[in-house]
Write a new protein. Structure first.
Length: 244
C-alpha cells in the first residue's frame, strides 16, 4: 500500500492513515478510502451542473448525465468533450467542457444547476421540479428475455468486478450485461446514479448505443432516477440488489 496520505495509482481511492477501533483498542493503521470530488460540467462554455463524484471516467459521466437530462439523444449530438484548459481548474481536472452538434437546441437556464448535487441524491439541486420530468418514449420491445437463474447470478458477477469497493468498502456499482449475461462494462462511484451515467456514457463512446438488448445491474435500490436513466439509455432490463 502507498504511504498514508499519498496519491495511489487508483484515482478512485486514497491511501490514508486512520484510527480503527478493534478488539477494545484504538490503533492507527493505513487504509484506502473512496475519493469524492466535485465535477463541473459545462455546455458551450457555461456551467450547467456540479456533481460530487468519484474521479475517473469523467467524460463518460458527462455524456451519461446529458443523456439522462434529455439534452442529447445519442453520440451524434456531441462533437467533443474536453477538460478545461484555463485557470486553476485545469490543474485539478474537475471541469469538463461539452461541445454539442449545431443541430442540438438547449435551454441552458432550464438545465443549469448552480448548487452541489449530493452523491446520494442526484435529484437534489434541480433548478426546477419540471426538470425532473424528462420525457422519453416507452420501449417498443420487451427484450431481452433473461432466465431467472441467470439473473440470480448477477449480484455475484457485479461484486466480483468491484475492485475499488474491495479496497474501500465505500462505492456503488453499475454493470452493463449483454443478452447472454456477459459483463460488458462496470463502473464504480460514490453515487449509484453517477455509476449508471458512466456506463451509459461508455456505451456511447463505444458506438454500442442504444441498449435495448442489454441488461443493467446496480448495487443498492432501483430508485426513480435510476429507472429514468435506464430508460434514457433504452436499456431493456434493469436489476438491482435491493428492493425498489
Amino acid at each position: 500500500m502507498p504511504p498514508a496520505n499519498e496519491q495511489s495509482a487508483d484515482p478512485r481511492a486514497a491511501a490514508t492513515r486512520i484510527l480503527r477501533w478493534k478488539q477494545g483498542a484504538l490503533e492507527a493503521v493505513d487504509d484506502s478510502l473512496a475519493r469524492e470530488e466535485p465535477l463541473e460540467i459545462r455546455v458551450k462554455g457555461e456551467s450547467v451542473a456540479v456533481t460530487m463524484r468519484t474521479p475517473g471516467h469523467d467524460e463518460e459521466l458527462a455524456l451519461g448525465f446529458l443523456l439522462s437530462e434529455g439534452v442529447i439523444a445519442g453520440p451524434s449530438d456531441v462533437l467533443e468533450v474536453a477538460p478545461c484548459q484555463q485557470g486553476e481548474a485545469a490543474l485539478r481536472g474537475n471541469v469538463l467542457n461539452v461541445f454539442l452538434a449545431p443541430k442540438v437546441v438547449i435551454d441552458l437556464a432550464k438545465l443549469r444547476r448552480n448548487v452541489y448535487a449530493s452523491s446520494s441524491c442526484g435529484l437534489c439541486g434541480k433548478a426546477s421540479i419540471e426538470s425532473v420530468h424528462a420525457h422519453f418514449e416507452p420501449l417498443a420491445k420487451r427484450e431481452p428475455v433473461i432466465a431467472a437463474e441467470s439473473i440470480l447470478k448477477l449480484p455475484d458477477k457485479l461484486r466480483a468486478g468491484q475492485e475499488t469497493f474491495e479496497k474501500t468498502g465505500g462505492l456503488h456499482a453499475a454493470g452493463l450485461f449483454d443478452a447472454e449475461v456477459n459483463l460488458l462494462t462496470l463502473r464504480e462511484d460514490v453515487g449509484r446514479h453517477n455509476a449508471v451515467d458512466k456506463v451509459l456514457g461508455r456505451s456511447m463512446l463505444d458506438g454500442a448505443f442504444p441498449l435495448e438488448n442489454h441488461l443493467l445491474m446496480v448495487s443498492g435500490r432501483a430508485s426513480f432516477e435510476i429507472m429514468q436513466k435506464a430508460l434514457a439509455g433504452r436499456v431493456g432490463v434493469i436489476c438491482a440488489v435491493s428492493a425498489p
